[in-house]
Design a protein. Sequence first.
Length: 259
Amino acid sequence: MFINNFDPVAFQVFSIEIRWYSLAYIFGLIFGWIYCKNKLIKDEKIKNIFDDYIAYLIIGIIIGGRLGYVLIYNPVYYFQNIYEIPMIWNGGMSFHGGLLGIIIATILFCKKNNQKIFYFFDLVALSSPIGIFFGRIANFINSELYGRETDIFLSVKFIKVDDLNRHPSQIYEAIFEGLFLFLILNIFYKKFSQKIGLISSLFLIIYSLFRFLIEFSREPDQHLGIMFFHLSMGQILSLLFICVGLVLFYIQNGFKKKY
């Protein structure tokens, strides 16, 4: 058993607190940007506009992630406390909402710059596991999105939560949705890089499958609990995204249609 009593604040500059969660976003974006620009993108014209694309992504992630959390996970509370919606520093970001934000931001960017939408989707899919990894580690440090009660030897006691031994579900997600997903997608990319849209569809399918399975070890949101068919909200959304990924895989690789 491991005792988790980490401070969510990494360091403080005068009266400004720099939190691990903020650093996770920053380093995820920086390393993802470096990986795409130095390893994945070969076209110099795309390299020249990629910095602008990152700006679109940041806006899409923040707005989509926050609104996704507000509308999907806790709409009643935020409709009664509208002034708290912009307070992202208090926590509350949805991965699926952020994903939708990325999709919208990418479509707008590609339409403006006359680029192939799924080429940029593939770049995001290949690099986003880096950010997911850092994000889940930050969740662990913050003692949030913790697991269900267990007595396995890998259990963790989150002092800021309670005295129960729990699954370190954040670490499971960091390993599977971060490291393993990164390796799997990049292996496929090396073999099928010419198939635009393949990596995007595989990302949706494999990430959602990992998320669905790991959610069985994760404590459901207290205000939502277990929902339909004894599944959590995260699992329901994961099933929907698996279906979207399968449809996309068929369209992009069955009909050979390119965008």
